[in-house]
Design a protein around this ligand. Structure first.
Ligand code: ASC
Length: 154
């Protein structure tokens, strides 16, 4: 077999490696895009609920649909983390490889978020401001505990 010049062999190996890094399937790319879009909505809705609480007299007619949206989106998040949708996808993502290495811990934290978002929805439906505030605090805690462990800094 013909021996490749060293530089060409290196270039070929490099090309193969970068292809592997960008070889995310459409399903994986779509999951990452859907995940990022949903987290963006979640962040926006959470901020809007916060702003209502900070106003001192939250408008429950505004808060209710936001809290419902948070609960719905939280419940859907698990399907947006298919295997291969971490940094190895080649798609820009803050999802750490640990999500799939320590998957049980990640799934547990996701479950905590889903539960907390449901509680926020229930508190918004009840219209009780103290209950809403407590539920907001625990939901915010679940955001932070997952980000601390499983979200990369950019
Ligand atoms: C946000 C946001 C988070 C959480 C977290 C709550 O608005 O973007 O990641 O709240 O900071 O502790």
């Amino acid at each position: 077999m013909m021996k490749l010049p060293y530089s060409l062999a290196l270039a070929t190996a490099g090309l193969a490696a970068s292809y592997a890094a960008y070889a995310a399937t459409p399903a994986v790319t779509n999951a990452i895009k859907a995940r990022q879009a949903s987290y963006k909505e979640i962040g926006g809705a959470f901020k809007s609920v916060n702003d209502e609480i900070k106003s001192g007299s939250p408008d429950m007619n505004s808060v209710r649909p936001l809290a419902r949206d948070l609960a719905t989106r939280a419940a859907l998040l698990p399907k947006y983390f298919p295997k291969g949708s971490g940094p190895e996808s080649g798609v820009k993502t803050r999802a750490k490889a640990e999500i799939w290495k320590d998957n049980a811990a990640f799934v547990k934290l996701q479950g905590d978020m889903i539960t907390a978002a449901k509680a926020l929805d229930a508190a918004a439906a009840s219209g009780n401001v103290a209950g809403l505030t407590a539920a907001r605090n625990s939901l915010g805690g679940t955001c932070k505990s997952c980000h601390d462990r499983f979200r990369a800094e950019l």
